[in-house]
Design a protein around this ligand. Structure first.
Ligand code: PLP
Length: 387
């Protein structure tokens, strides 16, 4: 009926996120932090709204103060990760988005829109690259990963780039996540070498959404690779998912392109204030990380005891599982995973079924205990049914 809508949108599935208002569910499907902001910081933010923010005025559309604070954080936090940026990152190398999702879309518009090229992703990976590309009519080239360690199939990647180069849709952008979602592995040295070797006419987007959990960043190499962009977000370790703030770090000319494309007032005043307060107190906020990392190892050890599961090590705040080859009724893993995810929800834990497996966020210690108990029960019930 609505013939004015583009036909290629018909088959596209919208990104689904659980819409939960009940606090009784353990929400371990979104990789957010399980800890809210400390009360003192919320009070500070409330005070800022009361006393500083003029609700009748547009926000600061230039984000100058926030960019400066982000640059300082990036330079300071890079001390251990493994190389510090030299020269230091400046605000001219930063663009701020309404979540890093907005920056992903802006990067796609800046590079591939209008039949200008395609993107390359290694599956399974963060689904938004493909979803946003498809909404813009941009072709998505997909390559696989090796299952042992989830390293990208680099031979396949090189092949795709070569083949596409002779078509009307050459690969303009390679998207990688470091560490990857949903598989939770960091880039290997071989993958990083491959990124270094890519020609300058390909944009390399390194999504470091989980940097604070893994502490390894490629920001120190930006000066040597002007075709690289690093994306970060406040939605995960910084506990600000509600506020939708992400940032890109790149060469000033790439940043200028992003600034042209974004909407003038893309970041509400309240969100800017929240990100600024979070950066002023980042050491306090990031104290939650070490507990999450140690709970993660406990969870992995529990999952490893389940003979029907296959579990991988994680460099982030979530764990990726698949069903073992020996899983009962193993002909249809996707259907089994759908049932397991639903079984977990019925018992009160939301997890994500994606990329041929299950992705489970590390929550509070109590939530994690319930995850183990409930998953054990769900798997046992299935085994009985299948057996
Ligand atoms: C969560 C996540 C993001 C963050 O997106 P926001 O829009 O900033 O909330 C970006 N990339 C990856 C890989 C993620 O997992």
């Amino acid at each position: 009926m609505f013939t004015f809508l583009r036909s290629d949108l018909t088959h596209l599935q919208a990104y689904t996120s659980a819409h939960v208002t009940l606090d009784t569910l353990d929400r371990l499907d979104g990789n957010e932090s399980h800890v809210d902001l400390p009360t003192e910081l919320k009070q500070k933010l409330a005070w800022t709204y009361q006393e500083i923010i003029a609700a009748n005025r547009y926000p600061d559309g230039g984000h100058a103060e926030l960019k400066q604070a982000i640059a300082t954080y990036v330079n300071t936090s890079a001390q251990s990760s493994p190389a510090q940026p030299s020269p230091a990152i400046t605000p001219a190398q930063i663009s701020v988005g309404n979540g890093s999702d907005e920056l992903i879309r802006s990067l796609l518009i800046a590079t591939c829109l209008g039949g200008n090229g395609s993107i390359l992703v290694a599956e399974p990976t963060f689904s938004m690259y493909g979803i946003l590309a498809t909404t813009l009519g941009i072709p998505v080239c997909k390559i696989p990963r090796h299952q042992e360690n989830w390293q990208m199939d680099l031979a396949a990647a090189a092949q795709v780039i070569q083949t596409q180069a002779t078509t009307a849709s050459p690969v303009r952008v390679v998207f990688v996540v470091h560490p990857n979602s949903p598989t939770a592995n960091a880039l290997t040295n071989q993958e990083i070498d491959w990124l270094r070797s890519l020609p300058e006419d390909i944009l390399v987007v390194i999504d470091e959404a989980y940097f604070e959990f893994c502490q390894h960043s490629l920001v120190g190499e930006l000066a040597e690779h002007s075709n690289w962009v690093i994306l970060r977000t406040f939605s995960k370790a910084f506990r600000l998912a509600a506020h939708r703030v992400g940032y890109a770090i790149a060469h000033p000319q790439i940043i200028q392109a992003l600034e042209k494309i974004r909407l003038p007032y893309n970041l509400p005043s309240f969100s800017q204030a929240a990100a600024l307060i979070a950066l002023q107190h980042y050491q306090d906020l990031l104290t939650s990380v070490s507990q999450i990392l140690s709970d993660r190892q406990t969870l992995i050890a529990h999952f490893q005891q389940q003979p029907t599961l296959r579990v991988w090590q994680s460099q982030a705040n979530f764990i990726y599982l698949r069903l073992a080859e020996t899983f009962p009724d193993s002909k249809d893993h996707e259907q089994a995973l759908t049932q397991i995810r639903q079984g977990m929800e019925d018992k009160g834990t939301l997890i994500r079924h994606t990329g041929g497996g299950l992705r489970i966020t590390v929550g509070s210690t109590a939530e994690n205990q319930r995850t183990v108990d409930r998953l054990t029960k769900v798997l046992a019930e299935r085994t009985i049914v299948a057996g």
